[in-house]
Design a protein around this ligand. Structure first.
Ligand code: HPA
Length: 270
């Protein structure tokens, strides 16, 4: 793993000496947040040694270097999911690269189902904690101390100060946003009504198929995270409806400007 990280980082370093402060992962339907970035360089995943290639509709698959909210950022336009058949190390490999490039904060976004009865389609939830229900873990296997400790602390995966700052920004601009717990599952099937009920009972507010492996790898390396869900469908008793990938993408795209605003404003203030 360490050598693979070196090879990939050396390749990127041969293209640019840009040193990003913040890493961003643009989730389903949120790829356009990438259009707000003043691009310095963009590299298709297919050109990057050791990078998997994304297979899901709505994921363009490139690494973007540029400026957003006055900060130097590296953004993944398109991410890798466990349900695509990649293992957890592959899913989280790009995060290791961002860390090797020098990021000091990881920002993650996702489209998610909402279980909290206060939530509506199109709402934004800042993630303040997660529950890992993936059947695997990216930190499994022999631990390389150069990357992080054997038993990493997960007591504050999502930086509390940033959660509070984002909530404050939303209040100042009369944007109604939530904060809560994201449940990470493998997918690819959406949940049955009983599964949504179960995720609610164990303390979840949203559920999705990403974010958790990436956040865990960042915390392994001691990097703080900031993450947000866009609620694209509801898993609330009596409101569970048939959901399609197209509807998820559409709902995410509609809510995207608000989330883009919050993230850009957050970057200006940190
Ligand atoms: N469940 C899991 N993942 C999702 C959902 C959902 O309801 N919506 C968008 N991603």
């Amino acid at each position: 793993m360490y050598n693979k990280i070196q090879t990939t980082t050396d390749f990127i370093r041969s293209k640019t000496d840009f040193t990003p402060q913040i890493g961003i992962v643009l989730g389903s339907g949120l790829g356009n947040l990438g259009n707000q970035i003043e691009i310095v360089l963009s590299i298709p995943y297919s050109d990057i040694p050791n990078f998997p290639v994304s297979t899901v509709k709505g994921h363009q698959g490139r690494l973007i270097f540029g400026i957003l909210g006055e900060k130097k950022v590296v953004a993944m336009q398109g991410r890798f999911h466990f349900y695509e058949g990649y293992n957890m190390q592959e899913v989280s490999f790009p995060i290791r690269i961002m860390i090797a490039l020098g990021i000091e904060l990881l920002v993650l976004s996702n489209a998610a189902g909402g279980m909290n009865p206060d939530f509506k389609v199109g709402d934004i939830m800042i993630i303040n904690d997660h529950i890992n229900l993936f059947p695997d873990n990216p930190l499994m296997g022999a631990n390389d101390e150069r990357l992080g400790p054997r038993f990493p602390d997960m007591s504050e995966v999502y930086d509390k100060k940033l959660v509070n700052l984002a909530m404050q920004i939303a209040t100042e601009h009369q944007l109604k946003i939530h904060q809560g717990v994201y449940v990470g599952t493998s997918g690819p099937a959406f949940e049955t009504p009983a599964e949504y009920r179960y995720f609610r009972i164990i303390g979840g507010d949203t559920v999705g198929m990403s974010t958790v492996p990436e956040a865990m790898v960042a915390r392994h390396a001691g990097i703080p995270c900031f993450a947000a869900s866009i609620v694209t469908d509801l898993g609330i008793a009596g409101l569970v409806e048939t959901v399609s990938h197209e509807e998820v993408l559409e709902a995410a795209q509609n809510a995207e400007p608000q989330l883009t605003y919050i993230i850009t404003e957050l970057f200006k203030r940190i």
